[in-house]
Design a protein around this ligand. Structure first.
Ligand code: NAD
Length: 517
């Protein structure tokens, strides 16, 4: 465990052995579909009558699993379990806590394809996207374990004669972890593992779209030897169970990743102290994005078009970091639009279970309907270049064509609002100043990219492109743990920089101890 952190490599699916392994994993997981799953409170498996049904977006009639749903009584029980476990877990040596994460990473590495298969079937990720999600989850465990070892070591302080001075990072208490469905393993693992390794105990409320993959992680942590009560698994409706736990006086902090609307609501509810509450609740909230790629007059146009299409349509545009706006200098506008359209048309659409398909269904019926509505709005706000339709399949999957709409005004709705689907708005910029102004004109500030050969433009983007994650001459998706600490500005969230050296501090408080001799 003293080995330096290194990112988990992605699987090379051109190799026949890896193809066979993934096919075997998909059929293994398919053999486990449709089971009933319990809540996990204090290590105890509790089944309820009220069920949450998780389905396959490529075949909505296929049930992935039936999940026991919590109510507020069970949520209270989970809180009592997490509070009791905190008393011993907070005293557990940080090295011992880190070892659980190293072990969890090793288990996930061994079960990599199986975990990918759950995401392929439960949320429609392609092989490569699912593999990337698992690799990121492994990275989070390894990285935060290393980080805890660093934070639990001696901290540098200025010497003061006659005193011994030390600073310790101690845990906060019970955290409520609320992940989204779009990185249903990586983000769930990231927020939970950071919490746990720092000495907190957790109530994990998974997304209602992806409880099956979250349950796999809970089992991984059990196998890794995590004591009972440290991680409590509590699927349930956001509106009742979510609000109950957010406002619970014993909740110490909330780690949330999801939409701006839900994040702001949580932030507001958490800010109000409740009777018996002893602290100001901490809210780590990573929210939406409306991310732009700027294409400058002088750049490699093919590389730019390649980056735009990959970032706009990877996982059907359902990434907070997805490129939903391409802002193109007018001198190269027509050429780049043509290249983007050509590459978009070449995407291989179809069931994510097939290796060569790199574009699948969107996550759910409600997402499908909302995206189709935005496409209708977009058709009025700009020029439809390609896509724009739903795709009917025999299984009734939620497929929507990758859609490119050009000649969009900077203040149009499809330019400013997060669609969270496969819709790319293209905006013409008069020059670089104008491109930067448009890139900064939304309420979000998550990711952005600039393709340019102009050194002064690259330098200006570093200062003036106001996003938490800026990429120069590469696409705006695909942040790597430890390499690109991730989190956004403005309404994109609290800029927590997941996968960075500042992240664990959000899950701890520093205690300074001075002894005069
Ligand atoms: P969402 O806000 O609908 O749901 C997120 C989570 O909140 C889910 O687990 C949901 O069940 C829960 N929830 C809903 N209402 C709640 C309530 N009242 N109290 C407590 N919990 C509640 O978001 P989503 O659709 O799951 O995810 C997509 C969104 O997430 C997009 O906006 C995307 O940009 C954002 N996202 C951001 C990042 C980032 O790092 N900034 C990463 C991934 C996704």
């Amino acid at each position: 465990m003293n080995v330096e952190f290194r990112n988990e490599p992605f699987t090379d699916f051109t190799l026949p052995a890896n193809q066979e392994a993934m096919k075997a994993a998909i059929s293994k997981v398919r053999g486990q579909l449709g089971k009933k799953y319990p809540l996990v409170i204090n290590g105890e498996k509790i089944e309820t009558m009220d069920l949450l049904v998780s389905t396959n977006p490529a075949k909505p009639q296929e049930i992935i699993g039936n999940f026991s749903k919590a109510n507020t009584d069970l949520a209270d029980q989970a809180m009592r379990s997490a509070l009791a476990a905190f008393e011993s877990w907070k005293r557990t040596c940080p090295k011992e806590r880190a070892r659980i994460l190293f072990k969890a990473a090793a288990i996930m590495r061994r079960r990599k394809h199986e975990l990918s298969a759950w995401m392929i079937l439960e949320i429609g990720k392609s092989w490569a996207e699912a593999d990337g999600d698992v690799a990121e989850a492994i990275d989070f465990c390894d990285f935060y374990a290393h980080e805890m070892l660093r934070l639990s070591g001696p901290q540098p302080l200025t010497a003061n004669a006659g005193e011994e001075n030390e600073l310790y990072y101690i845990p906060l208490g019970v955290g409520l972890v609320i992940p989204p469905w779009n990185f249903p393993l990586a983000i769930c693992v990231g927020m939970t593992s950071a919490s746990i390794v720092a000495g907190n105990t957790v109530i994990l409320k998974p997304s209602s779209e992806t409880p099956a993959i979250a349950y796999q992680f809970v089992e991984v942590m059990e196998e890794a030897g995590l004591p009972k009560g440290v991680l409590n698994f509590l699927p349930g409706p956001g509106a009742s169970v979510g609000d109950f736990l957010v406002t619970h006086p014993k909740t110490r902090y909330i780690a949330f990743t999801g939409s701006k609307e839900v994040g702001l609501r949580i932030n507001e509810l958490a800010a109000k102290p409740q009777a018996g509450q002893l602290w100001i609740k901490r809210v780590v909230a990573e929210m939406g994005g409306k991310d732009s790629i700027i294409v400058d007059a002088d750049c490699d146009l093919d590389m730019a078009a390649e980056g735009i299409v990959a970032a706009a349509f990877g996982f059907q545009g359902q990434k907070c970091s997805a490129c939903s706006r391409a802002i193109i200098d007018e001198s190269v506008y027509d050429e780049v639009v043509a290249k983007v359209v050509e590459r978009t048309r070449a995407l291989k659409i179809g069931t994510p279970e097939e290796r060569l398909n790199n574009y699948g269904p969107v996550s759910s019926k409600s997402a499908y309907e909302s995206i189709l509505e935005y496409i209708e709005i977009g058709k009025k706000e700009g020029k439809l270049e390609c896509g724009g339709n739903k795709i009917d399949t025999k299984d009734g999957g939620f497929y929507i064509e990758p859609t490119v709409i050009s000649a969009v005004a900077p203040a149009a709705r499809i330019s400013l609002e997060e669609i969270f689907g496969p819709v790319l708005a293209i905006i013409k910029a008069q020059d670089f100043d104008h491109a930067l102004e448009v890139a900064n004109n939304t309420e979000f500030g998550l990711t952005g990219a600039l393709y340019s050969r102009n050194r002064s433009h690259l330098e200006r983007a570093r200062c003036e492109f106001h996003v938490g994650n800026l990429y120069l001459n590469r696409k705006c998706t695909g942040a790597l743990v430890g390499v690109h600490p991730f989190g956004g500005f403005n309404m994109s969230g609290t800029d927590s920089k997941a996968g960075g050296r500042d992240y664990l501090l959000l899950f701890t408080q520093a205690k300074s101890v001075a002894e005069k001799f």
